[in-house]
Design a protein around this ligand. Structure first.
Ligand code: COA
Length: 198
């Protein structure tokens, strides 16, 4: 796996290696003007959802939602996803991780989208984001991620990171909408196969 700007990429491709998957990472430095993020976070209210912060007591339903969607994560060697263990997730949410979700206004127990984030040395990184299949494409992931940035910004965090596979257009578009800036891609390269291969 190499970054696209690594000089070895051109050499390997010339030798017949092929790109089998591409992953992206992106960074966001939140400034003073957060009106756009507030608008995105509130946009789902008119459709019947509210964005909220979750806690360790929500670990079971976060995991249930993620497990129901596990097959929908596009797989690449650079960004595999494993459904978290409930107890492990609860422990992490009690010791530094955060989770935000979208719940129905008329039924707070109905969790339809969740984004889980964890601290790094220099930023807050998205661990995973998932929306219930039946309600995708309605702005929930974008709204929940916007809420997470707004709340964490109020607590002093300014730098955020996220990433995923190039095959996941919805995830990429949600993050670009929030102002994330793409970093060089990561390429998963496979050696030439068959007779005559080096
Ligand atoms: C990725 C995922 C979380 C997006 O959730 P969502 O609630 O449907 O996202 P949104 O409705 O906020 O849409 C985000 C953007 O993607 C676009 N989009 C939604 N579904 C799309 C699709 N199937 N193909 C392409 N673009 C799509 C939306 O139009 C929007 O872009 P825009 O603002 O430029 O119009 C959801 O598809 C999912 O749960 N996938 C499985 C788990 C996963 O892959 N998670 C991400 C890796 S951590």
């Amino acid at each position: 796996m190499l970054r696209e700007d690594d000089p070895d990429v051109a050499i390997l491709l010339a030798q017949g290696w092929t790109t089998v998957a591409e992953s992206w990472g992106a960074r966001l430095a939140v400034g003073q003007d957060v009106a756009g993020l507030e608008q995105v976070a509130d946009a789902v209210a008119s459709c019947g959802w509210r964005t909220v912060q979750l806690d360790a007591g929500d670990a079971r339903r976060i995991v249930d939602l993620d497990a129901a969607c596990a097959e929908d994560y596009p797989w690449t060697p650079a960004s595999p996803h494993e459904v978290p263990d409930v107890d492990e997730l609860a422990a992490r949410l009690e010791s530094g991780w955060w989770a935000f979700g979208a719940v129905r206004v008329d039924d707070r127990r109905q969790l339809d989208c969740v984004s889980v984030l964890g601290p790094r040395d220099d930023r807050v990184e998205t661990e995973f984001t998932v929306t219930r299949a039946s309600v995708r494409g309605r702005g929930l992931a974008t709204a929940v991620k916007a809420r997470s940035i707004l709340v964490l910004r109020q607590r002093g965090y300014r730098d955020f990171g996220t990433g995923g596979t190039a095959a996941n257009e919805a995830s990429l578009r949600a993050n670009l909408r929030l102002g994330y800036v793409l970093e060089p891609r990561w390429l998963s390269l496979r050696a030439p196969q068959g007779p005559g291969a080096p």
